[in-house]
Design a protein around this ligand. Structure first.
Ligand code: BGC
Length: 944
């Protein structure tokens, strides 16, 4: 071990920076026994590589530099690894704070200086750490309806000088805490949403500055939230229970070494106040006349409040919140107040979003202002809410989100109100009962979502494509609220299929690793014994009954179990997620295997199938039983027809293709994790499924039965065809698209792969024609029709502005936004290299086309910012700017270049610094580079 106190000179010309623990900056209250530490290496030099690192950890900043006081010192570790390095020091205790810093060595064995210290702090690690009891307000309630939000309070005495204080809290339902009249945090919808049957998150707050000497008070408001509020398309309530409860513990540490714990117990008091109803789907009803001034401060008279009951609820299921919380991320000012033909006053926020509005109003006490939230105006320009419910066969409405907020004024001057326990999906707000004339300042949009760092940026020379990218990002913002949901208004449900297809695009736009890893834990917990996976995670009542129940285990949806962890591994180099999800992934593939071995009666009864063992043998690898969504939402196939036909006739091609896909991923994952026997088993299974797929669906000339776009897309995307048939199949696909006048006919699970297979097999121009298409079905049709997020269906709004009622009319579904992945990876050419996950090595390989004259993507990877930006100048020059972060490298493929003619920052390639190798391919020059900023310039000499 080296001496911790001796600092080194900074001659390394590189510096570790941006220290993170479990993806978070200085996290408070984590419960990972071996937290992983990551840092970025910064250097202005090209080709900067970290040759070694040293981490030191101590319990105070001072101890980091005091010999003998360190908790853990790695010594000098010879490696270029700079992300996800697990802490391997002595076991960590509850509440323990660890400071850490790191230094690195360059290739010449010169050390950097030590980084600035960072820290992490452990939460409460054992159920026995919770001395507080679960308390339930003793209030009369009607479990069949929304009830007023309970308020709870207690007081306590502080004596002595405080060193620090922490509040640990969780609840059944949602909670908001105030100490001495101040909110303890800007987190929204705590304790967040997990599969409450299995685990419940608690949060840790630093409340050192909120306490005062003498008498103090804590006040907590509870809301229905996911726990007992309505959920899903049929608005079922009480999904986990019908009573709210709170568990809270405040630890006070005094300067003299004494400690005090204040917790929820039977001395707390309870009542109800101004929030008369609050529900994620219905909205919130608030009567300001019922506010209780000073209720969370000492000295408030709570003598007429009720008591609380101690209840027996698990503390063993508590887990620390591991991913960024929901917060108010931005504010939006309305762009217009519209007076509709029907006489409504409607605010246009100019952006479809998830969140709520803050109302500013002044008027007599008792005045009721009503705010209704909708996504769209109908073709006459009137406020429209009918798309907020599901209809089956266009007839029956199962439930419809009301998204209505009602505020009753207290009449004391200017009043400012923002709802507490609700959010809506909306762009327009219809205002009723506003005293006087509202102005644009009367409402402000509050955008809410999980506070995930934005990591990606894409732009190009086509304004409509830029708006498309904007819409994709906003659909993601609107649906990354604690769990990845389908839409923020109608269902707010963790549909597995949606994130299965969108995970890659999501990973470019924002850092979703911790967020999705958290959701995957719930997916594994909710998986059934036979490996089948619910269609939504967390599973709620609306999705556990009737037809919905039969659809659990649908392919393309359940494959989230394999595809999402694989994506996190690729984008963030996260091996732990593969290890932790391995059993769940294997169980899902096992489930598909079981499904495949079942041979449908229809098949057995068909005399054609009575002869030939080979045919029978291969049936064991074809998934042709069960209920699946198939290639859901293909243009022209309504949801009812889709469901009905898949019910009668399971979509065997889609199902078998996904069986092969997930098995292929398992093969790779087993290999990466060093599981030799599993690798062999999945390799054999993968081969058999592929062979069965080809025998069943593919003709010798590469034609697929059915001769439809989705069939070619899935076969090519999942590498199911023999090598020699692939270009042919891609040609048939291209012909089919041309036959449809450059339109797609693909649905939910195949569309994300459509442009990729075209560009992979030499049909990039067809892919660009699809991208540039402006008539439906197409991405730019909706952009041209004013979309500000991605629509659920291509033509929710018809060209004449009318809204087609089909039950799938959400204007805020990210699923078809999965084209974003193609914009980053192919148009800008910023591609992940599967063998060096986390962008340790990046492939820069733009495929210009479609009339674009420039495109630029940046991605803030775990190692730092990667950039690929190209421009086609009027002189016919192609310029490519590339930035590769220190401690990583890249392969740059220069399309249409001849090596000798390429310059890099004005120099011949052979002269340029940082270039590791070059070679010429038929249509491109390939350059291997180390880290740094590069500018390649040349004139297209060959068709790229
Ligand atoms: C949801 C989808 C989901 C689908 C299942 C819809 O109601 O909104 O996005 O994947 O059902 O096909």
């Amino acid at each position: 071990m080296s001496e911790p106190h001796e600092d080194s000179p900074t001659s390394a010309k590189m510096q570790p920076d941006f220290l993170r623990c479990e993806y978070l900056i200085n996290p408070l209250g984590i419960d990972v026994p071996e937290p992983r530490l990551s840092w970025q290496v910064t250097s202005r030099q090209r080709g900067a590589v970290q040759a070694a690192y040293q981490i030191r950890v101590a319990e105070s900043v001072e101890a980091l530099t005091t010999a003998g006081d360190l908790l853990w010192d790695t010594g000098k570790v010879l490696t270029d690894a700079s992300i996800h390095q697990p802490y391997r020091g002595p076991a960590l205790r509850s509440g323990q704070r660890c400071y850490w810093q790191v230094r690195v060595w360059n290739g010449d064995d010169l050390p950097s200086s030590w980084s600035e210290p960072a820290f992490w702090e452990m939460g409460l690690l054992n159920p026995s750490d919770w001395q507080a009891g679960w308390i339930q307000p003793d209030l009369e309630e009607d479990p069949k309806n929304s009830n007023p939000c309970p308020m709870l309070r207690t007081t306590f005495h502080v004596e002595g000088e405080i060193e620090s204080a922490r509040t640990y809290a969780t609840s059944l339902g949602l909670y908001e805490i105030e100490i001495n009249g101040q909110r303890v945090s800007d987190r929204v919808f705590t304790p967040g949403w997990t599969s409450y049957h299995h685990r419940l998150q608690y949060q840790t707050y630093d409340v050192s500055d909120l306490l005062v000497a003498g008498e103090n008070a804590i006040g907590v408001t509870l809301g229905d939230g996911w726990y007992r509020g309505q959920h899903g398309f049929s608005l079922k309530r009480n999904n986990y229970g019908d009573k709210l409860a709170l568990l809270l513990q405040l630890h006070i540490f005094y300067k003299d070494g004494q400690a005090q714990i204040v917790g929820t117990n039977d001395s707390w008091k309870a009542t109800t106040g101004p929030i008369l109803k609050s529900d994620f789907f219905d909205g919130e009803t608030y009567d300001a006349r019922l506010e209780k001034r000073g209720w969370s401060k000492a000295g408030y008279d709570d003598s007429d409040w009720s008591g609380v009951a101690i209840i027996d609820h698990s503390k063993g299921m508590l887990v620390a919140q591991a991913s960024p919380p929901v917060r108010k991320i931005e504010e939006i000012k309305p762009i217009e107040i519209i007076h509709t033909p029907a006489g409504e006053t409607v605010f246009d926020m100019g952006q479809n979003m998830a969140g709520r509005v803050c109302l500013v109003v002044q008027g007599p006490a008792g005045t009721v202002v009503t705010l209704r939230h909708g996504e769209v105006l109908d073709h006459k320009g009137n406020f429209y809410m009918k798309n907020l419910g599901v209809e089956i066969l266009g007839i029956k409405t199962l439930g419809r989100a009301r998204q209505t907020v009602q505020y009753t004024l207290k009449g004391e001057g200017e009043e400012i109100y923002e709802p507490h326990f609700t959010f809506h999906g909306f762009r327009y707000v219809a205002v009723d009962g506003y005293p006087g004339e509202p102005t644009l300042d009367s409402l402000t949009g509050i955008v809410l979502h999980s506070d995930l760092p934005p990591t990606g940026h894409f732009e190009c020379s086509h304004p409509l494509i830029n708006q498309l990218q904007h819409n994709i990002v906003w659909a993601q913002k609107s649906n990354f609220i604690e769990v990845p949901t389908d839409c923020p208004q109608r269902e707010k449900a963790g549909w597995t299929g949606d994130i299965q297809i969108y995970a890659r695009t999501a990973s470019f736009n924002m850092e979703v690793a911790a967020f999705l890893a958290k959701w995957l834990k719930d997916l594994a917990l909710e998986q059934w014994e036979d490996g089948s996976i619910p269609i939504v995670v967390p599973l709620t009542k609306a999705y556990s009954i009737g037809l919905m129940k039969r659809l659990h285990g649908s392919v393309g949806w359940g494959d989230a179990a394999t595809v999402v962890p694989w994506t996190l591994y690729l984008y963030y180099g996260d091996m732990r997620v593969l290890e932790e999800q391995y059993e769940s992934m294997a169980a899902w593939v096992g489930y598909l295997e079981q499904r495949a071995t079942r041979i449908p009666l229809k098949w057995l009864l068909n005399p054609v199938n009575w002869f030939g063992n080979r045919k029978r043998e291969r049936q064991r690898y074809v998934v042709n039983t069960g209920c699946h969504w198939g290639d859901w939402l293909a243009p022209g196939v309504g949801p009812a027809k889709n469901l009905f036909s898949n019910f009668i006739n399971p979509p065997a091609l889609v199902a078998t293709a996904f069986f092969a896909y997930s098995t292929g991923l398992m093969r790779q994952i087993a290999r990466i994790l060093g599981k030799t026997a599993d690798t062999e088993r999945y390799t054999t299974l993968h081969e058999k499924v592929k062979a069965a797929f080809c025998a069943e669906f593919v003709r010798e000339d590469g034609r697929i039965k059915p001769d439809k776009q989705f069939a070619y897309v899935l076969s090519l995307a999942f590498d199911l065809l023999p090598e020699e048939l692939r270009p042919k199949a891609a040609r048939y696909l291209a012909e089919n698209i041309r036959k449809h006048d450059n339109h797609l006919t693909t649905g939910f699970v195949s569309t994300p792969h459509l442009c990729h297979v075209l560009s992979k097999y030499g049909q990039t121009d067809v892919a660009y024609d699809l991208l540039n298409q402006e008539t439906p079905p197409s991405w730019l049709y909706q952009v041209k029709h004013g979309a500000t997020t991605i629509w659920e269906r291509w033509d929710v709004i018809r060209p004449d502005g009318s809204i087609k009622r089909s039950g799938t009319d959400s204007l805020n579904h990210y699923a078809f936004g999965a084209i974003g992945d193609w914009l980053y990876r192919v148009v800008a050419g910023l591609e992940v290299a599967p063998d060096t996950p986390g962008f340790k090595h990046t492939l820069i390989q733009p495929q210009p086309g479609g009339g674009l004259t420039h495109a630029r993507a940046t991605f803030n990877s775990m190692y730092g910012e990667i950039e690929s930006a190209w421009e086609l100048t009027e002189k016919g020059e192609f310029r490519l700017s590339v930035n590769i972060p220190a401690n990583t490298s890249a392969t740059v493929r220069l399309p249409g270049a001849i090596m000798e003619q390429v310059t890099e920052t004005g120099q011949a390639l052979s002269e340029a610094e940082g270039i590791i190798g070059t070679h010429q391919e038929e249509t491109a020059t390939v350059v291997e580079v180390g880290s740094g900023q590069y500018e390649f310039v040349y004139t297209f000499s060959r068709v790229p």
